[in-house]
Write a protein that binds this ligand. Sequence first.
Ligand code: NI
Length: 257
Amino acid sequence: MYIDTHCHIFDCAFDSDRIEVINKCQEENVKKLIVVGFDKETNKLALDLSNTYDFCYPTVGLHPTNLDDYSDNYFLYLENLIKENKKIVGIGECGLDYYWDKSKIDLQKEVFKKQIELSIKYNLPLIIHSRDAIGDTLEVLKSVGKPLIGVMHGYSGSLEMAREFIKLGLKIGIGGVVTFKNAKNVKEVVKELDLSNFVLETDCPYLTPTPYRGKRNAPYYIPLIAKEIADIKGIDIKKVEEATTNNANMLFGGRLL
Ligand code: NI
């Protein structure tokens, strides 16, 4: 069985057929879904889905492009959610994004650091978003000076940087981008690093793997990502399935029951 370690099935792209999509995941052997929130509204939607479906597990956080939601008590609110909801399996989506808005870099870093602290305090893995900010992302993570757990979500950086994140204790999240012809970096990362470093994710409804690129993404496409990894490494897809599921189960520390 597969685990999609990063999906947004609360997105309105699924409003017309969410139940069918979720059921199809089970049929396609994608048996567990980590539903990633990124602001107050989506944290709640992720929690609601996890209350409805046993195999959906929520994460809660604040995304660097959603800082309008930020206030002094945001972290108290996050902490209360964590205490009240035993099913929460991670912190995030959090991180740095200099692509959309470079005007609040200091605040982005502060909000990211606070979520790293929560991850350490509650022993919950971080779901890390990094866009056009990979150097600063590494620097902030390093500055904490403690062992970390989490995923570099939708990783598209260099092999060298991937090794740095792995040294900190993080896994590399591989998504649909690995199937794109021009995804040189990700293909190299997959080729050179051991399977023990990877978890699979769709980030749906975005970043749909080939041959459905441009259409809506969904967790049941996870096997297409596994197939590409198997082809790049010249191994059986079964090995990719077993290793990445095992990695996800270890990372989320037995919370995916
Ligand atoms: Ni995402």
